[in-house]
Design a protein around this ligand. Structure first.
Ligand code: GAR
Length: 203
């Protein structure tokens, strides 16, 4: 059966990548296949997860590139070599410029650990998002999967899921709850939804 070629871009632990791998194994993602995992950080544990699951890995280090354009173009080259149709940013801590996003319009998605438009945009990533949610005192947060354009966290929303904030939460506790209850569910769901639609479009 024909599948959509998916690339996952990572920078760190890769628990969202793991959720995608698990969803592929369990059949939640049935219309897409992760062909390559690309990291901007050579020591990202996400790379170990990919290798353990027989998925090809590539590393592109920004500091070793001439400039941001060169960094992005090297990633684009890998995507082209692997015939990628859908790019998933799963804890990828770089903001992509128009050079990249325009090339893959409606083909790049990102998971963000808050309910956009709250606690998002430049400077809001990883644990910082949860620190700010707790500082503000909101009682509900969550996660968002959205399309990626040149505005940080500014693309069209695909899926969202709310998560309660509880008394005594620390950023770490909240991050774990948001991942377990929201991110690891809606990211695979969104990937399957988009892959299914891309296959239909081809027919
Ligand atoms: C996740 O919480 C993801 O939503 C967030 O970083 C974490 C990566 O964890 N991404 C952002 O903040 C992007 N703005 P992971 O490497 O274990 O998937």
């Amino acid at each position: 059966m024909k599948k959509v070629n998916v690339a996952v871009l990572v920078s760190g632990g890769g628990t969202n990548l793991q959720a995608l791998i698990d969803a592929q194994k369990s059949g939640i993602i049935k219309d897409g296949e992760i062909k390559v995992v690309i990291s901007n950080n050579a020591s990202a544990y996400a790379l170990v997860r990919a290798k353990e699951n027989g998925i090809k890995t590539e590393t592109v280090i920004k500091k070793l590139c001439k400039d941001k354009l060169d960094f992005e173009n090297r990633i684009i080259k890998i995507l082209e070599e692997n015939n990628i149709s859908l790019i998933v940013l799963a804890g990828f801590m770089c903001i992509l410029t128009e050079n990249f996003t325009k090339k893959y319009e409606n083909r790049i998605i990102n998971v963000h650990p808050s309910l956009i438009p709250s606690f998002c945009g430049e400077g809001y990533y990883g644990l910082k998002v949860h620190e700010q949610a707790l500082k503000y005192g909101v009682k509900v947060t969550g996660a968002t999967v959205h399309y990626v354009n040149e505005i940080a966290d500014g693309g069209k929303i695909i899926l969202q899921k709310a998560v309660e904030i509880l008394d005594g939460d620390t950023p770490e506790i909240l991050q774990k709850r948001v991942m377990e209850q929201a991110e690891w569910k809606i990211l695979p769901q969104a990937v399957q939804m988009i892959c299914e639609n891309l296959l239909k479009e081809e027919m």
